[in-house]
Design a protein around this ligand. Structure first.
Ligand SMILES: *Cc1c(COP(=O)(O)O)cnc(C)c1O
Length: 639
């Protein structure tokens, strides 16, 4: 498909070649592509006709400006595209279905609270009167510092104290449409108290606990036993109490949230039908409901498999909107009610695609060896036996050769333990073994193997040591085995000749990634290229915009990475909108209550003592203090 007139330029995209193994076409969401020169390219989804931009060239450019890997790259054009997508899809679905209400979405702040992201969401959402959802007092404080459109919503969920409730009520005086969604009858008493004190009427909602359960990782947040929302009994007592105090007319809003990353669109539909039943019944009870809020849950197809599974979904944004709108219209028409304003609180689906984590590979531990070693006549005969394997190595006998090699290696390890072979023999055996493995891996690449052989060879995958912290930057990969697409950012026109797992820079054996999505499904190893001395090899982890930034922790005191926000321009270049330097060591020390200044002082005292005891020359003292100071002001990652 690449236009023949330009073939050869770096901006052409390439449809076939070695890169197809990664599956960019499958999970790339029309945002990522591979260029003729083997670089990953970023497409501009807002202007599909503009040429894609080479991601490695963006990284080089940022590097020259002092923004180094590891870094989080935010692409504002991707974010704008998602906000446009959900709003326009709801509008189109409503138009198609003859729906006579509006869509007024809100972004749940908890999914990405970073100031730059929130500001952009507010800006990009303005044409659609897009609002914000706050699940806590601090998040409400953020929401109320934004200038939202007049008819945008601020939805308050979560456990609320009196201060939270008062702030929410008072914000209405400023023109905010702040809805207080009651999580429990007890919360209502606080609202009544605040109303009596302030004399301002609240805009109220109720959070309904639905019976329907969803599949996937967040099944627990749905159904009877979910920790949020009110059951039928509690709902009725809230209605009765509101009527009693003369505030039932304030109850405009019904909310339910099923959990995140709903894999199956039919789960959504069933839940919407159930939510509508409540809406109709609560209306019958005299609540003048005008807004139906269906919470979050719109998923992201991380693996591109388009099926109802853990990291994939079996629907598009448009299908989601159509299902919701249609189900609500049927229910309301059936009950003879007006079509309510529809609200969703999609967080993940709005921000996930807009950020990527980029890091360099520091070094590789290879589980093979190009050159062979010979056994020596004095070696144990098992060393020799291992060397002989090469003479009968052929595609049909791969399994046998793997078996033999591991047998001799294990035997030699036992002999070593019993002092029967020495370290030098062991080293020779190791070299022969790794040489055999490289021959076997090569042969296996060409042959059509049984899955068992592939599995055994993946157990011998190389380890690429990478400049990032899983715990800080990809907490969901660590905690819940979330799959994100991962791929090299360059050399994609060359055959990846190795398979590797990725290990991070922390000293924790959990700090590794060994599950990858490729074109043909999940794989325990990632195809990678050989490292070239002096040439950075970058990897990208895609769609990390949701939940990862604040859930991450300071394991081994690796701090926030550098962050750059870029906008894709129509001429195929980009603008750097913002950069935020990652944490310095001084900063992470202060997070754990060390005063960096005290650290310098204490270090200096040790130096003074050593100098006065003549253990240190004054020139050495100067060097030591300078080196310590330099370290404390530097990036926590490998520089
Ligand atoms: C977390 C949360 C959301 C966001 O869910 P996503 O699956 O990210 O869209 C929405 N509403 C509530 C109440 C939440 O707790």
């Amino acid at each position: 498909m690449s236009p023949s007139g330009n073939s050869g330029t770096t901006t052409d995209t390439k449809l076939d070649g070695p890169h197809t193994i990664y599956g960019f076409e499958r999970w790339g969401h029309d945002l990522l592509t591979v260029l003729e020169n083997g670089d990953v390219g970023l497409r501009n989804p807002l202007k599909p006709d503009t040429p894609p931009i080479s991601l490695p060239s963006i990284i080089r450019d940022l590097d020259q400006r002092g923004i180094h890997a590891p870094m989080l790259l935010r692409v504002s054009s991707f974010l704008e595209n998602e906000i446009r997508g959900i709003n326009q899809s709801f509008a189109a679905a409503m138009e198609d279905a003859g729906y006579r209400g509006k869509y007024r979405g809100v972004f749940p702040i908890k999914v990405n609270q970073q100031a730059q992201v929130i500001r952009q969401i507010v800006d990009f959402g303005r044409p659609y009167s897009f609002g914000l959802e706050a699940g806590s007092k601090p998040e409400l404080v953020i929401a109320l510092a934004q200038s939202l459109e007049n008819d945008a919503l601020v939805v308050c969920n979560g456990v609320k104290d009196l201060k939270f409730i008062k702030l929410a009520i008072l914000s209405r005086k400023l023109g905010f449409n702040t809805a207080i969604v009651l999580e429990s009858p007890k919360e209502l008493e606080l609202v009544i108290k605040a109303y009596e004190e302030l004399g301002v009427e609240p805009l109220l909602g109720v959070r309904v606990k639905l019976f329907n359960r969803i599949g996937g990782d967040w099944a627990e947040s749905s159904g009877d036993r979910s920790t949020f929302g009110m059951n039928t009994d509690q709902l009725m007592s809230v209605i009765d109490r509101l009527r009693e105090v003369g505030l039932l007319h304030c109850l405009k809003f019904q909310h339910s949230h099923l959990g995140s990353q709903i894999p199956d669109v039919n789960d959504v539909r069933r839940a919407v039908v159930e939510a509508c039943r409540y809406f109709v019944e609560l209306t019958k009870e005299g609540a003048p409901l005008t807004h139906l809020d269906l919470g979050g849950g719109l998923g992201v197809d991380y693996t591109g498999e388009k099926r109802a599974s853990k990291s994939s979904i079996n629907y598009s944004v448009m299908e989601y909107c159509e299902n919701v709108v249609e189900a609500v219209r049927y229910a309301m028409d059936g009950a003879g009610l007006e079509h309510p304003t529809l609200t969703t609180e999609s967080g993940r689906a709005i921000v996930a695609t807009s950020s990527m984590l980029i890091f360099n590979v520091l070094e590789a531990t290879l589980y093979d060896r190009v050159t062979n070693s010979a056994a020596e006549s004095t070696d144990h005969h098992y060393v020799n036996d291992m060397a002989v394997i090469e003479t009968y190595l052929e595609p049909r006998r791969l399994q046998e050769c793997i078996n033999d090699a591991s047998f001799y290696r294990n035997e030699l390890r036992n002999l070593f333990m019993r002092n029967a072979v020495d370290l030098r023999q062991m080293a020779r055996a190791e070299r022969i073994y790794l040489y055999l493995m490289s021959r076997i891996k090569l042969m296996a690449q060409e042959a059509d193997n049984s899955p068992e052989i592939d599995e055994q060879l993946d157990a011998l995958a190389d380890i690429y040591h990478c400049n990032f912290s899983l715990f800080q930057s990809l907490p969901d990969v660590w905690a819940i085995d979330q799959i994100h697409p991962i791929a090299p950012l360059q050399k994609l026109n060359e055959e990846p000749n190795r398979r590797a797992i990725l290990s991070d820079i922390t000293c924790d054996s959990d700090g590794k990634i060994d599950e990858f999505i490729l074109a043909d499904g999940l794989s325990p190893a990632l195809p990678v290229h050989d490292l070239t001395e002096g040439e950075p090899y970058y990897l990208g982890v895609f769609f990390v915009g949701a939940y990862q930034e604040t859930l991450g922790d300071l394991h081994n005191l690796f701090g926030d990475t550098n962050v750059a926000t870029i906008e894709l321009r129509e001429d195929g270049h980009f603008d750097l909108l913002q950069e935020v330097e990652g944490d310095t060591i001084a900063q992470v020390l202060s997070y754990v209550e060390f005063d960096p200044k005290d650290c310098v002082d204490d270090f200096r005292k040790l130096l003074d003592r050593a100098t006065s005891q003549n253990r240190l020359k004054t020139s050495e003292r100067k060097l030591l203090i300078a080196t310590y100071r330099e370290a404390i002001n530097s990036y926590t990652y490998f520089e």
